[in-house]
Design a protein around this ligand. Structure first.
Ligand SMILES: [Zn+2]
Length: 119
């Protein structure tokens, strides 16, 4: 199984430059290995106390990732391919970060991801 490593601080900073994922959700260049295999998934947890957007950004080339929580941008509507899962299924999937990222990567390979965004 893939051993995921974290992006460095400089690499994370580089991720925030350029077009927003919400505008250009396709694969992009990885700030670490340079391959055009950087992917992202966003989800809005329903049990958050205030509107929250959780993001997972990973590279299918060098197996680096970063996860963040941020305020949900006002008016942003996103599709969530995992929304069809039951709470128990979802919890099981998210139990292991390694397994969760592998699942997201498969969804991308299958064309289920990237999700769609509307503001
Ligand atoms: Zn990479």
């Amino acid at each position: 199984m893939t051993a995921w490593n974290s992006f460095t601080g400089d690499e994370v900073a580089a991720l925030t430059r350029g077009d927003s994922f919400f505008v250009a959700p396709g694969e992009r260049d990885c700030p670490s290995c340079g391959e055009h295999r950087l992917r992202a998934y966003f989800t809005a947890p329903e049990n958050a106390r205030r509107p929250t957007l959780v993001s997972y950004v990973w590279c299918a080339g060098c197996d680096k990732f970063v996860g963040t929580r941020a305020r949900h941008p006002e008016g942003l509507v996103l599709s969530d391919p995992l929304a069809t899962l039951s709470v128990a299924e979802r919890r099981e999937l998210e139990r292991s970060l390694t397994g969760f990222l592998a699942h997201l990567d498969r969804l991308w390979d299958d064309g289920v991801l990237p999700q769609t965004f509307a503001a």
